[in-house]
Design a binder for this molecule. Sequence first.
Ligand code: GLA
Length: 746
Amino acid sequence: MNRMMIYVMAVLLTSWAGAKPVTGDFLLQTKQSTMAFHKSGDSWQMVHYGTKIESAPDAAALAWSGWVGGNFFGHRKPDTYSVYGSDNDRRGTMNKFGGLAVIHADGVTSTDLKAVSVKTVDDKPGMTHLVFELKDRVYPFFVIQHFRAAVASDVIETWVEIRHDESASVKLIRMDSVALVFPLMAKEYHLLSLTGQWSSEGQLVEAPVALGQTVSMTSRSGVRSAFGNNPSFMLSVGERATETAGRVIGGALAWSGAWSISIQHDYVNALAINAGSDTGNGAYTLDAGKPLVTPKMALTYSASGKGQISRNLHRWARDHQLRDGHMLRPVLLNSWEGAYFDFDESTLTDMMDGVKELGGEMFVVDDGWFARGKYARDDDKRGLGDWVVNDKKLPKGLGSLAEEAKKRDLKFGIWVEPEMANTTSELVDSHPEWVLREKTRPLRQGRGGTQVVLDMTNPALRDNIYNQMDAMITSIPGLAYIKWDANADFMNPGSTYLGADRQPNLWYDYTAGLYDLLARLRVKYPDILMKACSSGGGHMDYGFLRYADEFWTSDDTDARQRVFIQWGAGHFYPACAMAAHVTGVPNHQTHRSTPLKFRFDVAMSGRLGFELHPKTMAPEEVVFAKQAVKDYKRLRPVIQQGDLYRLVSPWTHTYASLMYVNDDKSQAVVFLYGLNRPVMSDYPAPLMLQGLDINKRYRLTEINKEKRGHCRVSGKTLSGAALMGMGVPVKLSGDYDSAVFELVAE
Ligand code: GLA
């Protein structure tokens, strides 16, 4: 039994503590929402998800009242877990869709589940955990379905565990985490999601899901789970919601591999949501007795627009999903854009001096510090896989570098890319079988012409990487941070380990293997901060964020582009996890030059850091930066832990504005960014603040100020009611002018 299995078994065995049977209709409550379940014979339906209601009979009575008859939701049975092949409740039809599609050991292709038991089980405080134990009516085939409500943040996590005792293995053609059919809710739906790729992550798109359409999003990268589509969505139920009005269902799938999410607006106006890991090319082979746990899907509901969906997900992430969501993240300098591969020890210690002077708290060495001899990492063509220090560049070793950081009172971090190797490495020389490849085809190689993906399904490979990481970490006393990068997709989707009959298992097992490796490192090194990176924002997903504390938002560090990228990312992911670095100009990706103040103002709305050589900064820039870092550290609890309100969208205006408010509404920070202004008369309207306490009075102060101010009421004390009801008068002049305001209740 491998470790993943042991973990799964432990979950199965422990999760029944304090079980209380549920025998009739049940309301799963959060602070502001309800998911209602109705018992129908020996199966259960989800009959309401939305605004909070207190009466289960009301939910059951009203659920199908608008239904117009005819085909039963396009043959999709509205059970809590809609599966292919079930009988559609005495209507003589069969469910043709569903989130689970199985070929049983004897070749039968349908599955028909009944509820064997339903119960609530003990969980963390603030969580209500409902469990459905389902079994096929004929086969020893079992599904345990979880709905776990995080009460305070209005999020419901849901996933399933699939297991069977059939005479031989079964094939899973689909194995979704969620497959819900919603009763008639509205006549129109609008789907918002994020698209983009390298250097253009977080691009917002939104369109109606027209009657009869099924819209699906997917990633078949295998690795960069958030390129193309991010595994998350917001769905307006009825009219297209705004930031502050309208019914919205939000979702985020916690999975770092291939996945799919689909939204069906059925021709009788019902809605179906499916989401789960994607099996790529072919069915997953599941052996008897081996449970498979699907990724967790976080669902949330808001009756007051999209802004609340973001705040719900952020709060849930900080409270329950991120490894330590309440920790204040340090201000760090990452060496990449300041040095690339071209450094030696003195380059790095110079950078340390610089970040120390600016008030930073950590120094991170990016790519280029590892591998030896002919494979020494001097460019991206060699060395990945050999996690030993590059003694040509750093003869005194990593421990000595960490010591240098410590002398400057800085924490020390390092970059790795453990899932990949170059074919030019000692690792691949000695273990060519650890490379994903298809034995009859030429090997496709990625970055640098030599990069390949390692076979994370293979426990021997995982042990090797674990041991290399372990040795590296222990060689660096006090290592505080790891940037875990992954710069490839599945290019050769073949595993020597899995064998000929199980190649499609690669898509799930790779990610499960990756999580096993991450979990082992996490157990041994619980206090090391970790950043999820995958060619920039390719791991902006809640699966990786179970192990990591933050993500690299994008390799595009142009502050103007970052206004858009961070705007998108913030729809689903919290500011404390969103790494945003001030870089040099002209920007290395777009060649655009923006003022240092603008670059700071943009980076300060996330987890502030640097990615430049501080030596290149002019003395007056250093003065500005020092004050900005000082202010950021003071405001960090509000920005990293506060509630986000999006005030003005860069997608519809020539400027953008957002703000954060702390829990007791005693402090807030407002960011205002001028973009490209077509005419000088395009003045911003007063900023209608949100989230403040109408009964409190706030002193408004502009910070990060250069010569000119941007607000004539800076320094005044004003009521929350007026700030939200009348707005704050602001002024911008020219491209990339920007402002930051601090509000403190008196
Ligand atoms: C990726 C990352 C960058 C940097 C380089 C190093 O592109 O996104 O931040 O770490 O790799 O090779």
